[in-house]
Design a binder for this molecule. Structure first.
Ligand code: NDP
Length: 295
């Protein structure tokens, strides 16, 4: 299969590209910069999609970049880097002479309202209560192609755990030094997925013709994981006993109040449709996922 991946150069994109190539698929990235096996977003808008069988979008400015101050300009970039790239790919699919068979967008569990108790499946409502939920709604709306023969799938992942990027990359140093710990109360749910499973779900969605619609990208045991459990398990995987809680005010001071919600609150999300679609998780449990990452 020839797969075009927007934002394929990033943390998730590198893992997905490796998996797709290992399964014999050809991958072309859409990037802000040209290069081997890449086209730029400008080339996409001028010349349309290269001949392909499937399209994925992973592009997006890193929301938790601690070096970027949370403000209007950054918010606009967070939105446009997701919504405009998704729109560009959807328009290119709609205009393609030979439409691809599958179109997979990766968004986030920020769609669901943070709650310590509520459990969400793909059928639960959301998408209309804060910055992130509205972002996911407009991002997913940008992917819609009315009347298209192309099969559409949206994967909503929790925090992606992997060796060379994402949240863990920022946490490893303090935890290795014994200076890591739960954020805020530590009681908030911590929805998570191992990067191999997120890549696996996207690949499954591309390859299996019956998969369509929303799939939650979280581990099956994720609804039982709190931020405190995660911190304890990460410390254990690293063989570090110390657990210093990070107070909520410090998280807000670094990330800004609106963005700190992502860390200080969380959702209990179940991958109901993902499991029903026949996906089998490689890392359903947190201890093994973390051992694999920090080994
Ligand atoms: P990355 O931060 O690694 O970024 C992915 C790619 O997006 C980059 O390689 C870059 O490609 C492109 N990009 C970055 N900034 C911009 C911008 N301002 N405009 C256009 N393109 C940009 O993301 P991840 O791989 O971690 O995540 C992939 C997707 O999954 C994202 O949409 C993210 O929101 C979502 N997600 C990720 C989670 C995680 O824990 N990592 C959790 C939940 C959802 P290039 O430089 O080649 O243009």
């Amino acid at each position: 299969m020839r797969v075009v991946v927007g934002g394929g150069t990033g943390f998730v994109g590198r893992a997905l590209t490796q998996l797709l190539r290992s399964r014999g698929h050809q991958v072309t990235h859409v990037s802000r910069q040209g290069g081997e096996d890449r086209i730029t977003w400008e080339e996409l808008s001028h010349s349309g999609l290269p001949p392909c069988d499937a399209v994925v979008n992973l592009a997006g400015e890193n929301v938790l970049n601690p070096f970027r101050r949370w403000g209007d300009a950054f918010c606009r970039e967070v939105i446009s880097s997701r919504v405009e790239t998704t729109k560009a790919l959807a328009e290119a699919i709609a205009a393609a002479e030979q439409p691809p068979r599958a179109w997979v967008l990766v968004t986030g569990v920020g769609f669901y309202r943070p709650s310590p108790t509520a459990e969400y499946t793909e059928d639960s409502p959301g998408g209309d209560f804060d910055f992130f939920s509205r972002l996911v709604s407009s991002w997913e709306a940008a992917a819609l192609i009315p009347g298209s023969p192309t099969r559409g799938v949206v994967v909503r992942p929790g925090v992606v755990l992997g060796r060379d990027g994402g949240a863990i990359a920022q946490m490893l140093l303090p935890f290795r030094l014994g200076l890591g710990g739960p954020m805020g109360s530590g009681l908030q749910p911590f929805p998570w997925i191992h990067i191999q499973d997120l890549s696996g779900i996207v690949c499954h969605a591309l390859e299996k013709e019956s998969v369509q619609g929303i799939l939650n990208g979280v581990a099956p045991s994720s609804p039982g994981t709190s931020n405190g459990t995660f911190a304890r398990e990460l410390a254990a995987a690293l063989g570090r006993p110390a657990l210093l809680p990070v107070p909520a005010w410090a998280v807000r001071a670094v990330f800004g109040a609106e963005r700190a919600v992502m860390l200080l609150e969380g959702q209990r999300v179940l991958p109901k449709r993902t499991l029903e679609s026949g996906y089998s998780f490689i890392f359903p449990e947190l201890p093994a996922a973390l051992r694999d990452i920090v080994a």
